[in-house]
Design a protein around this ligand. Sequence first.
Ligand code: ASC
Length: 154
Amino acid sequence: MNRTIQRVILATVTLGVAGAAFAQVKPEDEIRYRQSVMNVIGRNFGGVLGAMAKGERPYDQATAVKAATLVDMLSGLPANSFGPGTEKGAPTKADPKIWKDQAKFKAAYDKMVAEVAKLPAAAKDPAALKAQVAETGKACKACHDDFRLKEFRS
Ligand code: ASC
């Protein structure tokens, strides 16, 4: 067997194994994953940065930068867990519109990611943090208004 054929076989097997690994994630696990990450984002954005911006919690630079960096690292993850077949499988507030208007969902989601990316730098200064929390919050809210239901559905 020559090396080219060996490589083709190896690539095919690798892709097959990777594909099978992705396919094995059950919809309920994908739903749990995106909800878990959103929960951690919400606790750090609202509970830490939002509270500092509103003056409900004293500003502390190290705490703010840490929370902002964490939110920035996590912001893109749930986007990959709204794939085909994850519309249902566990109680979810994800609006079925997500799967019908993927371009609109992606645009709203990407706007959030772009605003979150500005948080770590803004978190170094209380006034800048307050301004960027406001902009980021608008992007969170816009996507939730359009694509998150008020109640869980099964
Ligand atoms: C949060 C959180 C949201 C958003 C939203 C922003 O911290 O849990 O859903 O911010 O309230 O308007």
